[in-house]
Design a protein around this ligand. Structure first.
Ligand code: FPP
Length: 254
């Protein structure tokens, strides 16, 4: 057993009674470098975000053949509100257009879409589209795409603790019953396995408040490629290389 959450699936095989890891079941991606990609072409930053959005579909489509069942992408962080009004509004409009345009294809290709992050600050039109996409794809199981939108790990954990404290105050949860599993059940990601591999593009080696709790045992891969240049072949290379890593979760090699 390699997954900590007790979920075993496409990424594992049995060899002589011992499970050997084939590849990552859940890959999370920090899609970085859209702005620099656009600036290098003398274009506005939003041009890079549009090019980046096209890559999302390519990477989602590559997942089934690579045994990646869960893909989580960081589309907008709780810190991204600090960008210019023009860029934030452009990104929000891009998300609305992306969802409207891609809904049918995602449904027909067996992609189940979920969103994580706090929806309270998002505009109502976008939230309605997000809800619809989740509902329309809820029976799909080929690939599980999770889009982190207005997401930050610290914000997620704070919201989870607020809910958990509410249940303690209401008497439906006993303080002595709170353990790691309990908190996990209050997170936005409660139905997802932990990521096995986190990739960040664009040469930055930071985790930027992304899935901090969930990635406690993940492998990290930092690549120089800017997100709009991140092809399915680069993705496949990283996923294959993961198969030879030796994850021990704090234990020792037998
Ligand atoms: C980081 O690059 C990227 C973002 C903040 C936005 C990510 C959004 C997309 C890839 C497009 C839409 C995605 C979906 C799922 C529809 P950056 O702007 O920080 O780049 P820089 O570091 O070069 O400035």
């Amino acid at each position: 057993m390699f997954g900590r959450n007790g979920i075993n699936g496409a990424g594992c095989v049995e060899t002589a009674g011992v499970e050997a890891q084939q590849g990552p079941r859940h890959v999370a991606v920090i899609m970085d470098g859209n702005g620099r990609w656009a600036q290098a072409r003398g274009r506005p930053r939003l041009f890079g975000h549009h090019a980046g959005a096209k890559r999302v579909r390519e990477i989602v489509n590559a997942c089934p053949d690579l045994g990646v069942k869960y893909l989580t992408v960081f589309a907008f962080s709780t810190e991204n509100w600090n960008r210019t009004q023009t860029e934030v509004a452009g990104l929000m409009s891009l998300f609305r257009r992306y969802i409207s345009k891609e809904t049918r294809a995602l449904r027909d290709e067996g992609v189940r879409v979920r969103f994580i992050g706090d929806r309270v600050r998002l505009d109502n039109k976008l939230v309605v589209l997000m809800d619809e996409l989740e509902t329309i794809t809820e029976l799909n199981d080929r690939v599980h795409l999770t889009i982190a939108l207005n997401y930050g790990s610290r914000d997620e954990v704070s919201r989870a603790i607020k809910d958990l404290a509410g249940d303690i105050a209401a008497g439906t949860l006993a303080p002595e019953d709170v353990d790691e599993e309990t908190l996990t059940r209050y997170l936005d990601t409660k139905v997802l396995p932990d990521p096995d591999l986190v990739i960040r593009t664009s040469g930055e080696a930071r985790v930027s408040n992304f899935l901090l709790w969930q990635s406690a045992y993940a492998e990290y891969e930092f690549v120089d490629t800017l997100w709009p240049d991140f092809t399915k072949d680069i993705f496949a290379g990283i996923v294959s290389a993961y198969g030879v890593r030796d994850r021990r979760y704090g234990g020792v090699r037998p």
